[in-house]
Ligand binder design. Structure first.
Ligand code: CU
Length: 123
């Protein structure tokens, strides 16, 4: 009888150890780095094929980076003429500007190509 009980105890211990060993492997699914990357991309404008891309929503006073993938030089110029106005050299050139501190929707254009239009929303 004593010997039998000892075998049962050993079996239980083995099962418990096995279950505990499995737990850490099943828990590693989250990847927080992905969300951090998309958050920083929200303050970037990429000009491509004479377009500014999707409308952008940024916090007031955010630092914005503009990258110009076209060969032509472009500008990011607020339609109101004063909120922001930067030139961006072509072929991967970059420029930075500060989003307005006053919340609102700011339409902008390219001074060289008046058919280019974009929208920046400040919250
Ligand atoms: Cu342009």
């Amino acid at each position: 009888m004593n010997t039998g009980n000892a075998r049962v105890t050993l079996l239980l211990a083995a099962v418990l150890l096995g279950a505990a060993g499995c737990a850490p492997g099943g828990g590693s699914t989250a990847s927080p780095a992905a969300s951090a990357t998309s958050a920083s991309a929200a303050t970037a404008i990429t000009i491509r094929d004479f377009g500014y891309g999707a409308p952008l929503v940024v916090p007031a006073g955010a630092a914005l980076t503009v990258t110009n993938m076209d060969s032509a030089e472009h500008t990011v110029s607020a339609d109101d003429g004063s909120a922001f106005d930067v030139e961006v050299k072509g072929s991967g050139g970059t420029a930075t500007f500060t989003a307005p501190s006053k919340p609102g929707t700011y339409a902008y254009h390219c001074r060289y190509h008046p058919n280019m239009h974009g929208t920046l929303t400040v919250r």
